[in-house]
Design a protein around this ligand. Structure first.
Ligand SMILES: Cc1ncc(COP(=O)(O)O)c(C=O)c1O
Length: 439
């Protein structure tokens, strides 16, 4: 990678200067991110202010299934910018939002009549799903899972199942949030363990008749890309039906085509009552949605849902561009192919038992991840190795993200639109950094 340019007359780079200004200007609560300041980006490539090029396998945390500035997204955005950028959906509505809601109702993973509500961020979608579930059931409580990530606002944070850094110093948390283990066989939690814990919970702490919803990620995202065992989701559906509890699928990370279906729940043949989506929904513009069975979605009183920027017209136009890209470029199928390609490559690297030891490799379609462990063939998580790998890859021109309750997991979220030669280049860098580590 080229050496960055020095600032004329100073012994440091523009990046050094921006790091210092950023750290002075921002709360330290906002993670500093990587030492790369973006200058421009296109599809799967990003250039920083020094002119260095990176291949982006992180997608700004799972937002870029259609890549940076997809032409179909940008065309709709530019057209929309020429017309109006804000009127407030609840004051002066507009067609792009209606068209998007109709499309979401068509593709959401449940049968029967459906309705949508739009907001701006994933956490807002989660919070609104809970409001809707409470209004529909007349109940208050919520059951969630260890390792879950549902957002950073107060209720969504309380629902999140990872303490550091998301919950540290931020308590007390709202009452009525109950947690049981997510079934992860190789971490010692079976599906039966989860259901035993639920039965205990319903006997000892939470009256199931007070539970409005169980919220589940069909593949845990921040928690480590753990794919739900199909029988876990099937049994959850049965349990919800038995007790009149709503099943909410949080598909903010798994949704919008990442796993090779519009929504990951489709892989399991289990219908949730409500689904949340955000991130890749609008290809880089802030937009989120709750979609669900019409009777449930209509439970809140008029005016009870919304927000000043809810369903911003530019973001809705972008989302329609994302839908068009998926439908005309075979992106769902490309997700499945991407998953197969990456998994095969990672398995062959692991077989060599050289360099940084790889543990479990997992995923669903193009939502893939692998663990770094302390020794070849072992299972002890190695968060330091995952962090070092990420820094090493960055140095070599590839952006990857870590995740996982133990910080040992590396997730790979290349755009589904990535050109094969760039994908190969990215995987070659990853392989080199795994087999011949620097740093
Ligand atoms: C499953 C899930 N739910 C909710 C959220 C919160 O979304 P946002 O950061 O847009 O508020 C995230 C973000 O990573 C997520 O992965």
């Amino acid at each position: 990678m080229n050496a960055p340019a020095r600032i004329p007359g100073a012994n440091r780079t523009l990046t050094d200067e921006l790091i210092e200004r950023r750290s002075n200007a921002f709360s330290r609560g906002m993670s500093p991110g990587q030492p790369v300041f973006a200058s421009k980006a296109k599809n799967s490539e990003l250039w920083d202010v020094e002119g260095r090029r990176y291949i982006d396998f992180g997608g700004g945390i799972a937002v870029l299934n259609t890549g940076h500035r997809h032409p179909k997204v940008m065309k709709r955005v530019y057209d929309q910018l020429e017309r109006y950028t804000h009127t407030c959906l609840m004051v002066t509505p507009y067609e792009p939002a209606v068209q998007l809601a109709e499309k979401l109702n068509e593709i959401a993973p449940m049968s029967g009549p459906k309705k949508t509500m739009l907001v701006t961020t994933g956490a807002e979608a989660v919070e609104n799903a809970i409001k809707i579930a409470r209004a529909a059931t007349g109940r208050s409580d919520v059951v969630v899972f260890s390792g879950a990530f549902h957002g950073r606002t107060l209720l969504a944070m309380a629902m999140t199942g990872k303490v550091v850094p998301y919950k540290t110093k931020f308590g007390p948390f709202p009452p009525g949030i109950w947690r049981v283990p997510y079934p992860i066989e190789h971490k010692g939690f079976s599906v039966d363990d989860t259901f035993d814990a639920l039965q205990w919970l319903f006997k000892t702490d939470a009256d199931p008749k007070a539970v409005a919803a169980i919220v589940v990620e069909p593949v845990q995202g921040e928690g480590g890309f753990y794919v739900a065992p199909p029988q876990f989701l099937r049994r959850l559906r049965e349990l919800c039906d038995e007790h009149g509890i709503l099943l909410i699928a949080d598909e903010i990370q798994t949704g919008f085509g990442r796993t090779g279906k519009w929504f990951a729940m489709e892989h399991f043949g289990v219908e949730p009552d409500l689904v949340t989506t955000a991130k890749s929904l609008a290809g880089g513009f802030p937009l989120a949605a709750v979609v669900g069975k019409a009777a449930i979605m209509d439970a809140p009183e008029p005016g009870g849902l919304g927000g000043t920027y809810a369903g911003n017209p530019v973001a809705c136009a972008a989302a329609l561009g994302v839908v068009e890209a998926f439908e005309t470029e075979n992106l769902l199928e490309k997700s499945l192919k991407q998953g197969e390609l990456i998994t095969k490559r990672l398995r062959s690297i692991r077989r060599r038992r050289q360099g940084r030891p790889i543990g479990d490799i997992r995923g669903l379609g193009g939502m893939t991840a692998f663990e770094l462990v302390t020794e070849h063939g072992g299972g002890e998580p190695d968060a330091a190795a995952a962090k070092a790998l990420s820094a090493d890859c960055l140095e070599r021109g590839l952006m990857i993200l870590t995740c996982g309750v133990f910080g040992e997991t590396v997730r790979l979220l290349a755009p589904l639109t990535i050109q094969p030669k760039v994908m190969k280049e990215g995987l070659d860098i990853l392989e080199e950094a795994l087999l011949n580590p620097k740093g």
